[in-house]
Design a binder for this molecule. Structure first.
Ligand code: AMP
Length: 184
């Protein structure tokens, strides 16, 4: 969880809506759309990421399909870096590499274009939320398979009880999240 005094985590956290039992019973869906809808909150969110990475050595920002695209592309633009999409299976038109993984609810595959990164490039990876960490880990593996370096795996929300952020750290990735929520 972020502890940077430059921005107010509570202000952002309060704008994340919890929708119980969606998309399936037992899931507490953490909905970031109210945060994005509020122009001041959206700006504070983007600033948090820009302040954190403006002096970092980053070549590209990768966003994960689909909510990772929203924040990831804005952060990439603000940092004057290119944006690359990590997409769900079957969406990318050119040659791809793919990784299958387990979700909190089901299985999925993510893909990236084979020319999305060059060997040795440093990539900031962004999604909206880390639950079990499977999505972020699969995306990181894709980048690593193309010999890129993942500078940090960053998200708005961490669900620490699901163990994803710990798993990612144990795999050697740096992890940054703005706020966390207890439970699933
Ligand atoms: P995971 O791979 O288990 O870390 O799941 C993270 C991905 O699934 C992210 O792309 C999230 O958008 C989505 N996700 C999983 N669980 C939730 C949840 N409780 N609320 C909102 N999004 C979730």
């Amino acid at each position: 969880m972020n502890t940077d005094p430059l921005f107010d985590t509570t202000f952002l956290r309060q704008r994340i809506r919890t929708v119980p039992d969606w998309p399936s019973p037992g899931i507490q869906f953490r909905d970031i759309t109210p945060l994005l809808q509020d122009p001041r909150a959206f700006r504070v969110l983007v600033e948090a990421f820009v302040l954190r990475y403006m002096a970092a050595e980053i070549d590209l920002v990768a966003g994960i399909d689909a909510r990772g695209f929203i924040l990831g592309s804005v952060v990439a633009h603000q940092l004057n870096r290119g944006f690359i999409p990590v997409r769900k299976k079957g969406k990318l038109p050119f040659t791809t590499v793919a990784e299958e993984y387990e979700l909190e609810y089901g299985n999925a595959t993510v893909e990236i274009h084979t020319d999305a990164v060059a060997a040795g490039q440093r990539v900031l990876l962004i999604d909206d939320l880390i639950a079990t960490g499977g999505t972020m880990m699969a995306a990181a593996r894709l980048l690593q398979r193309l010999d890129a370096t993942v500078v940090e795996a960053a998200a708005i929300v961490d669900l620490p009880e699901l163990g994803g952020s710990t798993l990612l750290k144990e795999a050697g990735l740096a992890v940054f999240t703005v706020c966390d929520f207890a439970g699933h």
